[in-house]
Design a protein around this ligand. Structure first.
Ligand code: NAD
Ligand code: ZN
Length: 675
């Protein structure tokens, strides 16, 4: 049966693409797609080749390891091939690996195979040859059969013994090939990239590429300056010593002076290996070096022998990978948020992409300096990283994918939060909001807004408030109601569950009381009690917003300072806009907003002057309010009645001048129905 034309074309296309990416990755140490995307291309090719085996050719990337050694290096043939590993991404694939081995070995299904479990260090494999205990040749993996001679470069790595030790009396073999992974610590990788950016050199995409680029140098002096290290995990050709198991190899290597990873473990059965993967996944973040999975190997070397190898990988080992932490995506926009020091922080808005198990749509760019150094532009394709509990960040720009349409980032002139004109100190590249309180105030207002006595949003405390502000997700408390689950999931410490819970709490807070809402606004001098008084008095937000100073002053318990602050708050157009947005988002008040009941004094304003004989001024005031009237402190034309008691003051004169109606205490009592 002929293979359909489209399939043949697709296979050809995939091979071309994969070969190009292999070249970028293995030769240039500078990939332009993430590992996950590369793995997806490989998977697709493998599946097509499985379905149409007649398409398999010996030069297909599925049949080959790495890349031919670069010409600049002397070539070193490996005595035992250095192969790649099959990979698995799910537990089911790992269980299938175990079943496959048992079928192959004719073992009963319930037999437990012994496996070694090892962290899969994300570096590059090297082969170290020792003859009569002396390090003679060191090489890279190359295409698995022939590698690159990097002996002198490897000699600069302090933890590679130049002469074998013989601890516990372990004999020194005539010939020993040791396999290990050269890597760079995460911190040192970051520091190296920082330096490179400063010197205008392109940063490395990840610690693996940094390690490979550092080791594959023609000048060992360059390698010597790079902070490389090694973990050893296997052997190639051995003469004069016999191993029976992988575990024996792992425990013997240190006796000759090699570094073996401290987290290696011998387990019984595949379930235990899966459990190991889970444990390492949890530990991963705290390790100083990058691991991208665990390697599961059949422990017994005799079984390994029987299982043998395929074209590019052994049958007895499996790389059980972790969720990838990097992906490539496009920068849709760059906005700014204000950081805790007032530094204006650019944040990239990304085309949503899955990284580390969640959809990422924002990444911090730290500061303007960083945007310049990395040269991130709107429209760029970038490599983003989300590793565990840190904010997603842009690792590098893939300049190869530029079209010329990208727009460089322009720092705004004004603070996005408080509107102050941004300033930059001479000699500093960072723009700051000069308003010292800007960030702290915003964070505080969010915390207050969400607090128990206010909108009562559970789960929105100080830490989360800061995160939301840092990421530019919240620049005003009204933004809280625009948050979506996806926005939260990408934040450090936010698993799906937590994001869901917070969104639910925000939703729930929309039904509140007027008093809580007034308090939540954070108006100066308006605490919970005052908010309660205001809510009871005005019974509607609209009326509160339109209240005049004298209306407020007539309320018992509201002094001039408070009243002024309230009037000023509602006069500010930003505050009005905030309230509009909050209400539009669906905030509503539980107490049905009662129409002012038909109270006898509704809409009337009273002013008192002189002493009353039947009650105190306070009592009179309360009576007026109970009946729906207001009590003012000064006489204007808007006042309906001036109640004149004994020894009236200047208010009486003023009332007469303005033609405001004056009444005696007796008339007043009649009016309020107490005569
Ligand atoms: N982004 C790209 O463009 C691009 C291109 C090519 C390859 N890649 C990445 O490289 C991977 C393929 O590379 P590979 O063939 O080296 O396979 P691999 O890295 O998936 O697995 C094999 C390697 O694992 C390493 N290793 C680490 N710890 C080990 C241990 N304890 N025991 C045994 N080996 C251990 C060794 O170097 C070994 O060669 C792909 O998964 C892909 O993600 C990416
Ligand atoms: Zn500001």
């Amino acid at each position: 049966m002929a293979v359909p034309r489209e399939i043949v074309e697709r296979v050809k296309k995939l091979r071309e693409e994969i070969n190009y990416h292999n070249y970028r990755y293995y030769v240039l140490d500078s990939p332009v797609i993430s590992d996950a995307e590369y793995d997806a291309l490989m998977r697709e090719l493998k599946e097509l080749e499985e379905k149409y085996p007649e398409l398999i050719t010996p030069d297909s990337p599925t049949q080959r390891v790495g890349f031919a050694p670069a010409e600049e290096f002397r070539q070193v043939p490996h005595s035992v091939p250095m192969l790649s590993l099959d990979d698995a991404f799910t537990e089911e694939e790992v269980l299938e690996f175990d079943r496959r081995l048992k079928r192959f070995l004719n073992l009963p299904e319930d037999e437990e195979i012994d496996y070694t479990c090892e962290p899969k260090i994300d570096g590059l494999a090297v082969d170290l040859v020792y003859e009569n205990g002396l390090f003679t040749v060191g090489s890279t993996r190359g295409d698995g059969y022939v590698g690159e001679d990097v002996t002198n470069n490897l000699k600069t790595i302090k933890s590679i013994p130049l002469r074998l030790l013989s601890l516990d009396g372990v004999p020194i073999p005539r010939r020993l090939d040791v396999r290990g992974e050269v890597y760079m610590d995460k911190d040192r990788f970051r520091e190296l990239n920082r330096q490179r950016l400063e010197q205008g050199e392109p940063p490395f995409a990840n610690p693996r590429n940094a390690a490979a680029g550092s080791l594959r140098q023609l000048d060992p002096n360059v390698t010597a300056r790079r902070p490389l290290d090694i973990f050893c995990y296997g052997v190639g050709l051995v003469e004069g010593y016999t191993f029976r198991s992988q575990w024996e190899i792992l425990t013997t290597l240190p006796k000759w002076g090699f570094r073996v990873n401290p987290h290696v473990r011998l387990v019984k059965g595949i379930r235990a290996a899966i459990e190991y993967h889970r444990e390492m996944d949890r530990l991963r973040e705290r390790l100083p070096y990058e691991i991208d999975g665990v390697v599961i190997k059949v422990n017994d070397l005799e079984l390994q022998e029987r299982l043998g190898t395929k074209a590019r990988s052994p049958r007895w080992a499996l790389a059980f990978k972790f969720e990838p932490t990097q992906a490539t995506t496009q920068v849709l926009d760059i906005i700014v948020s204000v950081g805790r020091t007032g530094a204006v922080t650019p944040v990239a808005i990304l085309k949503p992409v899955k990284v580390g198990g969640v959809i990422v749509s924002r990444a911090t760019l730290h500061n303007e300096d960083e945007v310049r150094r990395k040269d991130v532009r709107v429209g760029d394709w970038v490599l983003v990283q989300r590793a565990g509990d840190v904010i997603p960040e842009i690792v590098s720009v893939i300049k190869e994918r530029r079209t010329g349409q990208e727009r460089p980032f322009q720092m705004p002139r004004h603070c996005p939060i408080c509107g102050s004109k941004l300033v930059r100190k001479p000699g500093e590249a960072i723009w700051r909001c000069p308003n010292k309180n800007c960030y702290a105030q915003l964070v505080r207002s969010v915390i207050h807004f969400a607090s128990k006595g206010a909108m009562d949003i559970e789960g929105l405390g100080e830490k989360v408030a800061k995160l939301l502000v840092d990421m530019g997700l919240v620049r005003d408390v009204a933004d809280i109601y625009q948050l979506k689950e996806e926005d939260l999931e990408q934040l450090p410490g936010f698993a799906r569950k937590k994001a869901q819970n917070l969104i639910r709490a925000i939703e729930k807070s929309k039904e509140t009381t007027l008093a809580r809402f007034i308090y939540a606004l954070g108006i100066r001098h308006v605490g919970e009690v005052t908010a309660q008084i205001l809510a009871e008095h005005f019974k509607s937000l609209d009326r509160l917003m339109e209240a005049r100073l004298e209306d407020l002053l007539s309320i018992e318990g509201i002094g001039p300072e408070v009243a002024t602050s309230i009037v000023e708050y509602f006069r500010d157009k930003h505050n009005r806009e905030r309230i509009r947005r909050l209400l539009e988002a669906g905030i509503h008040f539980k107490e049905a907003e009662k129409k002012p009941q038909e109270k006898p004094l509704a809409g009337m304003t009273f002013v008192f002057t002189g002493a009353l004989s039947s009650m105190t001024r306070e009592e009179a005031k309360r009576r007026v309010q109970e009946l729906g009237g207001r009590v003012g402190s000064s006489v204007s034309r808007q006042v309906d009645y001036v109640v004149v008691g004994e020894r009236p003051g200047s208010k009486y004169e003023r009332a007469r001048r303005l033609g405001v109606r004056t009444i005696s205490e007796e008339e007043f009592l009649k009016l309020i129905g107490q005569a």
